[in-house]
Design a protein around this ligand. Structure first.
Ligand code: RBF
Length: 170
């Protein structure tokens, strides 16, 4: 799904999902903090708009994006949230760290979600430069923090639906 032409952060027509009662963990990386703070603000605002209670949002910070899967794993183990959103920003530098970190975080989030069946949302910007990151954190490409939060809500909603359907005789 390309976000080049479309601002994916506007959820027209889909914004009525009722997220009341959901408990959502958010783990945010401190690297590139001016970007990740904006992602976090977007995620918080989207969760609250959809009815998630402030007290049901579990906020944690890790040093860098590489630590996000571990942070998310600890939150799942200790607090059993309905979903965890991982927010980070990895900007391409002159070394190969970019590739190692980006791939590890993506794999880590995916594997953790599959292992625990708790949705782990990949809200990590992986950009060539700082400007591209800013454009995706409240700039012309929207705020990917909003999008990550809405993805979490949709995944928890799907779990709720499955539970209801399972309880219904066919
Ligand atoms: N963490 C990020 O979240 N974004 C980055 O762009 C980023 N770049 C890094 C570049 C280098 C050369 C190093 C050593 C670390 C970087 N980190 C970055 C931190 C990384 O995610 C992690 O916190 C540290 O490697 C410690 O495990």
């Amino acid at each position: 799904m390309s976000s080049k032409k479309k601002n994916l952060s506007s959820f027209e027509g889909e914004s009525h999902t009722d997220a009341r009662g959901m408990r959502i963990g958010i783990v945010t990386a401190a690297w590139n903090k001016e970007v990740t703070d904006t992602l976090l603000r977007g995620a918080l605002s989207t969760l609250e708009t959809h009815g998630v209670d402030k007290n049901d949002i579990l906020l944690y910070e890790v040093p860098g994006s590489f630590e996000l899967p571990q942070g998310a794993s600890l939150v799942i183990q200790e607090l059993q949230p309905d979903a965890v959103i991982c927010l980070g920003c990895v900007i391409q530098g002159e070394t190969r760290h970019f590739e190692f970190i980006s791939q590890s975080v993506a794999d880590g989030c995916m594997n953790l979600g599959l292992k625990t069946n708790v949705p782990v949302i990949f809200g990590v910007l992986t950009t060539e430069n700082h400007d591209q990151a800013i454009q995706r954190a409240g700039g012309k490409h929207g705020n990917k923090g909003d999008e990550a939060a809405f993805t979490a809500i949709r995944m928890v909603d799907m779990k709720r639906m499955l539970k209801i359907q399972k309880g219904q005789p066919s």
